[in-house]
Ligand binder design. Sequence first.
Ligand code: 2BA
Length: 108
Amino acid sequence: MKLVIAIIQDEDSENLIKTLNENNFKVTKISSTGGFLKSGNVTILSGIDDEDKDKFMKILEENSKTREVKRTIQPINIPGQAMIPVPISVKVGGATIFVVEVFDFKKF
Ligand code: 2BA
């Protein structure tokens, strides 16, 4: 068994989770925040059988889009210098995925 931890964009979460559920994957959705952009994203946890990994990855790939996001970040405070916010543009996603081997799984 494997535990898939996938960080996806909020906009993709509804369709993705719906498709996973329709394919009999159980999912836990956690609201999370990206450390760099400090904006909301979604982390999903799913315990899957080893033989379902490829199917799961295909659904993730088909349902998570890469997007260009524009944000304004505050530069580092250098004493004596004006703090001018800097506009940046970064490509986010589709999905950041960790697959972890599960040593034990119990459900009471
Ligand atoms: P954030 O940390 O908010 O990062 C959003 C996007 O900003 C990243 O997209 C990447 O394109 C860019 N970025 C992140 N750190 C950067 C840096 N130090 N310098 C320049 N650009 C940077 P993604 O790579 O698609 O990541 C989307 C979200 O997935 C991340 O949101 C974070 O929540 C998570 N994530 C990505 N890699 C991770 C990792 N190795 N471990 C844990 N979480 C990760």
